[in-house]
Ligand binder design. Structure first.
Ligand SMILES: [Zn+2]
Length: 364
C-alpha cells in the first residue's frame, strides 16, 4: 500500500475543507473481480433479484420523486432505467440516484423478504469469504484502526453491519473499548456473545440509550440507504464532536460506471439507490457537519469490470479511446490505467475519513 498526500482540489459552493490537506491513498494487492463476485454465482444473484422485483412489483409500484441525496437540490436529467427503476442525474452535483423511488418502508420490506439477499448471504458470501476477508476486511479493519489510533479508548459504532468479519477483526485486536453494531444487515448472533460487542437493532435504540461514539463506521451503506439524510443525521448524532467517520461507498464518477452506466453489474436496483459524485459526497458530508480529512478511490476493479462486461456482451459500444484501451491493450496497460484511476480519484470505489466539526443540518 502506498500512501500519498495531495492538496484538496474541491470546487463549487460550500467548501469547508478547501485549502486543507486531504490525504489520498493508492492500493494494489492483486484483487480481481471474480474473487469477490464469481461470475456464475453473481449472475444467479442478479437473476434472483429480478425475480424478487417482479414478485414484489405491487409493493414497489408506489414511487415518489426525491431530491438529490448528495446536495439536496431537485434539478435532474434522465440517465437510464434498470429493472423498472429510473436513475436520474443531479444537474448540480452530478450524483446519480433512483427517483422516483418506493417508500423507505416498502424498500425495507423488500430487502427483508428478498430471496436474492438470502442467496447473497448463504452462497456468494460463503464462496468468497476467504478472498473478501483477505482483500477487503483485513485492510478495512487496519485502515479504521490506524485512523483511530490517536483516540483514547475509542468507542466504535458500525452502521448497518454487512460483513461480521470486519467487526470480528477489530474486536479481536482489542483497540476499541466498546463496539456497537447498529441495525445490522448481517446475522450477528455469534458475534454478540463477545462482552465488548453490542448489537442494537435500530438507530432509535442507540439514541435512546444515550450511546456516544468517537468513531462511526459506515461501510457500503450510503449507496443502499433508503433515506441517506436520515441515516447520516442519526449516525452523526451518535458521534461526539471531533469524532471520526470512516465511510466507503460507490461513486458514479468512477470509470466503470462512467463507461457502462446501467449496464454495470455495480448498479443493481433497488440495492443501489444513491451513486453520489465526489462533489455530492462532499456537499452531503458538509451538510452533516463533517470535514473530509482523507479521500481516496482505491478501487482495483474498474478496468477489469469493463473488460469483463464487453467480453460478455460484444455489442457494447465504447468511446474510441476506451475501446482502444479495453479491447486492444494488454494487462500491463490495464493495470497502469487502473493505478492512474486511483491517483486521479476516478475509480468507483470511494474510501474516506471525515471529522465531525459541528452538529449537522436538518433535512435536505
Ligand atoms: Zn446533487
Amino acid at each position: 500500500m502506498i500512501g500519498c498526500g495531495h492538496n484538496a482540489s474541491w470546487r463549487g459552493k460550500g467548501t469547508p475543507d478547501e485549502g486543507t490537506f486531504v490525504k489520498r491513498v493508492v492500493v494494489f494487492d492483486g484483487l480481481n473481480e471474480f474473487a469477490v463476485r464469481p461470475r456464475a454465482t453473481f449472475d444467479e444473484y442478479i437473476a434472483l433479484l429480478q425475480q424478487d422485483i417482479a414478485t414484489h412489483s405491487g409493493d414497489l409500484s408506489a414511487r415518489t420523486s426525491v431530491p438529490c441525496p448528495g446536495c439536496g437540490l431537485s434539478g435532474i436529467e434522465h440517465m437510464f432505467t434498470k429493472f423498472t427503476f429510473v436513475y436520474v442525474r443531479c444537474t448540480s452535483c452530478g450524483s446519480i440516484f433512483v427517483s422516483p423511488r418506493p417508500t423507505p418502508s416498502a424498500l425495507h420490506a423488500f430487502m427483508v423478504s428478498s430471496r436474492a439477499r438470502r442467496f447473497w448471504s448463504s452462497t456468494v458470501e460463503v464462496e468468497t469469504a476467504r478472498n473478501r476477508t483477505q482483500s477487503i476486511m483485513h485492510p478495512r479493519a487496519a485502515w479504521v484502526q490506524r485512523g483511530a489510533s490517536d483516540l483514547h479508548r475509542p468507542v466504535l459504532v458500525d452502521l448497518y453491519t454487512k460483513y461480521p468479519t470486519f467487526l470480528e477483526i477489530v474486536n479481536r485486536d482489542g483497540m476499541f473499548s466498546r463496539i456497537v453494531s447498529v441495525e445490522p444487515v448481517a446475522d450477528l448472533r455469534d458475534l454478540a456473545r463477545s462482552p465488548a460487542l453490542q448489537v442494537l437493532q435500530t438507530l432509535r435504540d442507540a439514541a435512546a440509550g444515550g450511546l456516544t461514539a468517537s468513531v462511526l463506521s459506515a461501510q457500503e451503506c450510503l449507496e443502499r440507504a433508503e433515506d441517506p439524510d436520515l441515516m447520516m443525521r442519526s449516525g452523526a448524532d451518535l458521534l461526539q464532536d471531533g469524532g471520526l467517520l470512516f465511510l466507503t461507498t460507490v461513486t458514479c464518477g468512477g470509470f466503470d460506471l462512467q463507461v457502462l452506466g446501467g449496464r454495470s453489474k455495480n448498479v443493481l436496483p433497488p440495492v443501489h439507490l444513491n451513486l453520489l459524485s465526489l462533489e455530492g459526497i462532499r456537499r452531503f458530508l458538509a451538510h452533516h457537519g463533517f470535514q473530509i480529512v482523507e479521500l481516496s478511490t482505491p478501487g482495483q476493479l474498474d478496468v477489469e469490470i469493463v473488460t469483463h462486461a464487453v467480453a460478455e456482451d460484444p455489442d457494447i459500444v465504447l468511446p474510441p479511446f476506451v475501446d482502444e484501451l479495453i479491447r486492444h491493450r494488454d494487462r500491463s496497460v490495464h493495470q497502469a490505467f487502473q493505478q492512474f484511476l486511483q491517483e486521479a480519484l476516478l475509480s468507483s470505489h470511494v474510501r474516506l475519513v471525515a471529522r465531525k466539526t459541528r452538529s449537522g443540518g436538518g433535512t435536505g
